[in-house]
Design a protein around this ligand. Sequence first.
Ligand SMILES: N[C@@H](CCC(=O)N[C@@H](CS)C(=O)NCC(=O)O)C(=O)O
Length: 226
Amino acid sequence: MGHFVMKLETYLRINKIPFQLDFNYEGGPKNKTPWIEYNGVTMGDSQLIIEYFNKKFNIDINSHLSKQERAIAWAIQKWLEEYTYWLNVHTRWNIFYGDTLTKLLDVPKYLVAFWKIFNQAKVVKVLYTVGIGRHSDEEVHQMMVKDLRQFSEILGDKKYIMGDKITETDCAAFGVLSQIRWCTPESCPGHQLLTNGELKNVTDYLDRIKDTYWMDWDEILAAVKK
Ligand SMILES: N[C@@H](CCC(=O)N[C@@H](CS)C(=O)NCC(=O)O)C(=O)O
């Protein structure tokens, strides 16, 4: 599952909104995942979907935040979604393309060259347009390391990014950071920071969200591996 699917599913789980996953990959109305069908309504974009459900079910996990805190939470969320996200996409689909396929997606080594020819060009073009694709590998690694260290500073010893209560920003943060920790090749320095114990407050934070809202995590992984 991708970053934004993880974000949306975490939100659905927190709010106990029942859902059924559809693994039939089609891009939905915006040609991106996630997208939903709900009572005949088809919608794309994780944030628009969250705002739709907030209205529909009269829920708001950010309701305890002041207007200023909401704005800060939004800025943190957008930083992760619109910047750190792309660093991770570049790391996986450009720098460590082969490892991403063989080690994470179990694609046989002899097929990597074919995948590269048929599937990599689009993402490389997008990354160049976004701008991340114009940096050297080392620069991208340093940017990712810096982002994770900054996140760790903001989090400090808080339970969640805005304090004791989980917010929508934590859903987005879990979406992006869970991918770096659990679904990025181990040669990535950002991944190493989240696995070598150095950013313990961040790994504890990810474990906290996983253990509280994804109690079936191991079951899901076991089913995928079968
Ligand atoms: N702003 C969108 C971003 C969704 C997004 O970028 N999804 C990625 C997967 S994590 C995707 O579908 N990429 C395929 C593409 O860009 O064609 C959201 O919040 O849902």
